[in-house]
Design a protein around this ligand. Structure first.
Ligand SMILES: [Zn+2]
Length: 320
């Protein structure tokens, strides 16, 4: 038996060890007015450069997000305010522009097509198998009419299979125009045709699929934003619930007054930006979105209920 004095010392020691845990290990209080990172990837390939993340660095991004309590959600769920995450966790959204080969590639193994474990989809799926609570979601802004290698991931015979796979496995397909047109440079009919035709060509592969969001090539807004929001060309009607920019930092919470889905900012997933934002939120945990785990309530810091936009059926709870 331990003498009383040693017991006391052991308790003191245990308390000291507990108190010395790094701040990151403390559960974060809910803040559903906090900001959300929408990460913007281009190529997943070698070597790492301005528009390329290597497979290993992309895996490391997922690992760093996971360790810090981030969880993948779909962009459409974000727009709908359907953030169904456990308490204390933070949503993060992955987007991939330009449908380059390293984003989604099949390789042949013993006569069967399997998803390349080194492409973005393969990496996301392997990570989700190892950490099911991390989630599995991403939006792919594809180019149905671009020159190779950017036309629908560059395996023409497998394009339908890939787009169908995305549409039926928790991923989203977004509009990025037909062949990456900078919409700031064109007249209204060209802008509308670029958008409607991209959708029509996506629907050749996935009949009836409606891309709900548009990512602007090179961030170029058309002269009037409404041209990109909704319209119809030759019987193809399009309607976008959000328009994504190429930069701008972390997005506002979808519950915040001032949330503007037609000017959604993104964070380019290069080391300087992604690393910088992870460090920023490590240092300012009060600024990141933290779920309360209750889909029917929006939990916000004290005295900030006035910053929440009114959403039917959702109750606002101010934290003490
Ligand atoms: Zn692009």
């Amino acid at each position: 038996m331990m003498p009383a004095r040693s017991v006391t010392r052991a308790v003191v020691l245990a308390v000291a060890v507990l108190c010395a845990r790094p701040a990151a290990a403390e559960p974060l209080p809910p803040n559903e007015l906090g900001r959300v990172m929408i990460l913007e990837y281009h190529k997943i390939d070698h070597p790492e450069n301005r528009w390329t993340r290597t497979p290993d660095n992309f895996r490391r991004d997922l690992q760093r997000l996971w360790e810090r309590g981030y969880r993948l959600i779909g962009l459409n769920d974000f727009l709908d305010g359907r953030i169904l995450l456990p308490p204390g966790t933070t949503p993060v959204i992955l987007t991939f522009d330009d449908s380059s080969p390293g984003q989604f590639r099949y390789v042949e193994r013993q006569g069967e097509w399997v998803i390349d474990p080194d492409c973005a989809v393969g990496i996301i799926e392997a990570f989700a198998r190892a950490h099911p609570e991390f989630g599995r979601a991403a939006t792919f802004y594809v180019l149905p009419g671009a020159d190779p290698p950017n036309r629908l991931f560059n395996q023409p015979a497998l394009a339908t299979r890939k787009l169908t796979y995305l549409a039926t496995n928790g991923y989203e397909i977004g509009n990025h125009t037909l062949w990456h047109a900078n919409l700031s440079r064109y007249r209204e009919p060209v802008v509308r045709t670029q958008i409607a035709t991209a959708q029509e060509w996506i629907q050749r592969h996935v009949p009836g699929y409606r891309p709900r969001t548009l990512a602007l090539p090179m961030g170029g807004y058309p002269r009037e934003t409404r041209w990109a929001e909704t319209g119809a060309v030759n019987g193809t009607a399009y309607r976008h619930d959000a328009i994504l920019m190429v930069a701008g930092g972390a997005a506002l919470s979808p519950y915040a007054k001032g949330f503007d889905p037609y000017h959604l900012p993104r964070i380019q997933a290069v080391e300087s930006e992604i690393g910088g934002w992870l460090t920023y939120f490590d240092r300012h945990p009060g600024e990141r979105y933290v779920s309360d785990g209750e889909p029917a309530t929006v939990s916000v810091p004290g005295k900030s209920a006035g910053k929440v936009r009114s959403i039917p059926g959702v109750r606002i709870v101010e934290r003490p």
